[in-house]
Write a protein that binds this ligand. Structure first.
Ligand SMILES: *Cc1c(COP(=O)(O)O)cnc(C)c1O
Length: 382
């Protein structure tokens, strides 16, 4: 049996006619940059994320970059974020000449650890505190970071929160008061990616920034078109961060299916849990689920130091898996100048060595999940 990590062709088969019709409309209009489709998508994503405004951009990376630019982050400023995330969270900080400040993660959720965050802030001196401009909590694998803690820290430092919600569209956070909040609605900026492997994936690169702040919304729109307002009059230096009409047309079709696909992912996670429970494998730690809503962009297990052997064995049995991420950011070569040592973020180093993402996509069949669990079990029982 073959079980790929992700099967986008299976999904395309179910929506092909609608996609072809929606893109044909764009071809007929010959309006490829911005326009009605982009505006419609912005309205619908704002509603979906439960915010007032949304600005379509060229990628999730550019969503982060333009948010940092809008927040006025520049050379020498400090931006606090997780050591264990996709590169672009920190790359976008460094590209502006600002300094990423890495905080280690919680060993169960893989999100920024509230205690270590507190500790980091308490060791910053007055000068460092005044250079801090933003915090970027990342909702890794589809589960929200501890936003009560991130918001409290932001408040104490007087800085903005930029949510990296690239993997978390539709994910919900339950605050200590019990209220539920959608990813992208809890900071000043929410950054989404529509990279094809995300829960809502385009047919190329695309992204979105959400906000409830009317001034931020205006700045984002100006920064997206080279900082010009009106056209050819440049108030600030922006970039070309626009979203293509074709991608917007595709995303509008796919958005109608997002909740049903996410429910399938959540159902697949439940199937994994019950099948693994029946095997009694002590070597495997399953993903933790907080209160709120996990959207399972990834289903990540933690195993022993034999993780790479397990991955190779699964590949030999036709099963796709992936390591997110093999090298934590604080020890990436390009960030050597920041002077971190591996032991500064030990939980991230451990996660990088022992985690493995299993197939979880909506079109996955029960028999395929059974097969994956069976093969993992035979690897450990051999
Ligand atoms: C995918 C991703 C991004 C970047 O999104 P792109 O659209 O690929 O630029 C940023 N942060 C996280 C956590 C991601 O998973």
């Amino acid at each position: 049996m073959k079980v790929p990590l992700l099967d986008l062709k299976a999904q395309y088969e179910t929506i092909k006619e609608e996609i072809l019709a929606a893109t044909a409309e764009v071809y007929e209009s010959q309006r490829f940059i911005m326009g009605a489709k982009v505006e419609e998508l912005e309205r619908k994503i704002a509603t979906y994320a439960q915010v007032k405004y949304a600005v379509g951009v060229s990628s999730g990376t550019d969503a982060l970059l333009i948010s940092l630019m809008s927040a006025g982050v520049g050379p020498g400023d400090m931006v606090i974020t997780s050591a264990y995330t996709f590169f672009s969270t920190a790359g976008s900080i460094a590209r502006l000449g600002a300094i990423p400040v890495f905080v280690d993660i919680d060993r169960h959720t893989y999100n920024i650890d509230p205690e270590r965050l507190e500790k980091k802030i308490s060791t910053m001196n007055g000068e460092e505190r005044s250079r801090a401009k933003a915090i970027i909590p990342v909702h890794l694998f589809g589960q929200c970071a501890d936003m009560d803690s991130a918001r409290a820290v932001a408040k104490s430092l007087g800085i903005v929160v930029i949510e990296d919600a690239a993997q978390a569209i539709g994910s919900e956070y339950q605050s200590s008061h019990g209220s539920l909040h959608r990813a992208g609605s809890m900071g000043t900026y929410g950054c989404f990616s529509f990279f094809p492997s995300k829960n809502l994936g385009s047919y190329g690169d695309a992204g979105m920034v959400t906000t409830n702040d009317a001034d931020a919304f205006e700045r984002l729109k100006i920064l997206r078109v080279h900082g010009s307002q009106p056209k050819y009059y440049h108030k600030v230096i922006g970039g070309n961060f626009r979203l293509d009409a074709l991608q917007a047309a595709i995303l509008l079709v796919k958005l109608n299916y997002l909740d049903q696909w996410t429910e399938k992912r959540r159902e697949n996670a439940r199937i994994y849990r019950s099948l693994f429970a029946g095997k009694g494998l002590e070597q495997i730690e399953l993903p933790s689920e907080n209160k709120g809503r996990h959207i399972y962009n990834q289903f990540v297990i933690k195993v022993g130091p034999d993780r790479d052997d397990l991955k190779a064995y699964l590949a030999s049995q036709g099963i796709g898996s992936e390591i997110y991420y093999p090298v934590p950011l604080h020890v990436q070569e390009c960030f050597g100048y920041l002077g971190y040592r591996a032991e500064d973020c030990p939980v991230s180093v451990d996660a990088a060595a022992r985690t493995l993402a299993l197939p979880i996509y909506p079109e996955l069949q029960y028999e395929q999940i059974e097969y994956v669990v069976e093969k993992i079990s035979s690897f450990y029982k051999a």
